[in-house]
Design a protein around this ligand. Structure first.
Ligand code: ADP
Ligand code: ASP
Ligand code: MG
Length: 405
């Protein structure tokens, strides 16, 4: 019997009706002879609401009590999903992260899954009971609850699928992975199959349809992963399969365009030569758990000084500034907010040096200024004004031949 972990995201459990519909998809899969374990997110908007409540008391993401509040969102939807499955005549029971248990390490608000015990799930499935795991949460070595970072239910699902040797079906509100966010570009095309590396890069650059770490996990543990729509009837979703690179029949130079809003740019001006500003800056940022992106180091116009620029997510800006001011009191620090990042991703970029030039050209023709450009093996990213994101995504999508029809 095929074992499947089916994960339902926030909009797929966003109301009583949506929970009923998603439960119907599970019932249909069971009727087809599959053995299911289910993983659910909080109802859409709920995690933000709970984060706001903790914030009223000055607690942010990263506080152990914030994690306890946030984990409640998935607790509610796990119970409601188990009840909805009962309506379909199935036996079901919910599991919270600590009950499985899902073991984590790493800080509150951004924990990693260190391992999980799937025995309780196997026992339930063998007895014809559908287990429903509350996603996004686990338990730390000190016994406290931990959440896995935003979008983390995808990771819960990938980890459970790995533990059970199951396929992992990620149900969401679009019919798979598209060449860009179909909400911004209606001409975006669904991709039948995409390689782990390209999916990982799209996700890392902001395509939130899958959480990056879940893709990494699926690749490392050889979990078969698909993205499907929970908004269609059973069997109607064509979806996207995430596959090994060798299994892609049709090679494209560019696979997709991703974007991430709310980025900030930090610039440090310091004396060149005697100090190792860059090393000190990145060490300070790493110990403050700030993810740094798009790094540029150049000799500044002022002789004898060096300029270091990089981007961070806006939500990390305060933490980054505090850490840098403490570590480099003599450097001049400035920042710019209201920025966004657009990225073109494709395995074919490896051989195409001209893509960077044409990205400048395409954005320039649309009157969009590129503030910082960064490339890696399979992506090119540009830092631009937040306001220009949608225009930039559409322009690049068209220019790289991704528009439908
Ligand atoms: P869930 O709540 O199911 O986890 P998310 O909101 O996290 O869903 O992810 C699904 C959303 O991702 C879609 O509604 C879509 O707007 C967005 N998205 C961004 N980029 C892409 C892409 N390339 N393909 C599909 N969806 C995308
Ligand atoms: N509820 C969490 C979030 O909103 C986890 C998830 O949905 O995957 O980020
Ligand atoms: Mg998600």
């Amino acid at each position: 019997m095929t074992r499947v972990v089916a994960k339902f995201g926030g909009t797929s459990v966003g109301s009583v009706e949506r929970i009923r519909h998603s439960a119907g998809l599970i019932a249909a899969a069971v009727a087809d002879g599959e053995t299911l374990a289910v993983v659910v997110s909080a109802m859409s908007g709920e995690t933000d609401r709970l984060l706001g409540l903790a914030g009223e008391f000055g607690a942010a993401l990263g506080d152990e009590e914030t994690d306890v509040a946030l984990a409640a969102g998935e607790q509610v939807s796990a119970a409601l999903m188990a009840l909805a499955l009962r309506e379909h005549g199935l036996q079901a029971r919910s599991f919270l992260g600590w009950q499985a248990p899902v073991f984590t390490d790493g800080p509150p608000g951004a924990a990693r899954i260190a391992g999980m015990d799937s025995v309780a799930f196997e026992t339930a499935m063998d007895a014809g009971i559908v287990p429903v795991l509350a996603g996004y949460q686990g338990v730390a070595e000190n016994g406290r609850l931990r959440t896995l970072g935003r979008g983390g239910t995808d990771l819960s699902a990938a980890a459970l699928a790995a533990a059970l040797g199951a396929r992992c079906d990620i149900y969401t509100d679009v019919d798979g992975v598209f060449t860009t966010d179909p909400r911004i570009e209606p001409k975006a095309m669904r991709i039948d199959a995409i390689s782990h590396d390209e999916m990982l890069e799209l996700a890392a650059q902001g395509a939130k349809v899958l959480q990056p770490r879940s893709v990494e996990f699926a690749k490392a543990r050889d979990v078969r992963m698909r993205v499907l729509s929970s908004f269609l009837d059973a069997g109607a979703s064509k979806g996207t399969e995430i596959v090994a690179v060798g299994d892609i029949a049709e090679r494209r130079i560019v696979s997709g365009v991703a974007y991430a809003r709310d980025q900030a740019r930090l610039a440090l001006l310091g004396a060149s030569g005697k100090s190792d500003m860059a090393r000190q800056a990145f060490e300070a940022l790493a110990s403050a758990e700030v993810g740094v992106d798009m790094i540029v180091q150049a000799q500044a116009r002022t002789p004898g000084s060096v300029n270091l620029e990089f981007s961070v997510a806006h939500r990390d800006l305060d933490r980054a500034q505090t850490a840098l001011e403490a570590a480099l009191p003599n450097a001049q620090l400035s920042s710019e907010t209201g920025l966004a990042k657009v990225s073109v991703v494709g395995a074919g970029l490896r051989q195409r040096a001209d893509v960077a030039r044409s990205l400048f050209g395409v954005l320039g023709e649309s009157g969009i200024v590129v503030k910082v450009l960064a490339t890696s093996e399979i992506k090119i990213s540009a830092l631009i004004e937040n306001d220009a994101v949608e225009r930039a995504v559409r322009a690049l999508h068209a220019a790289y031949g991704l528009d439908q029809g």
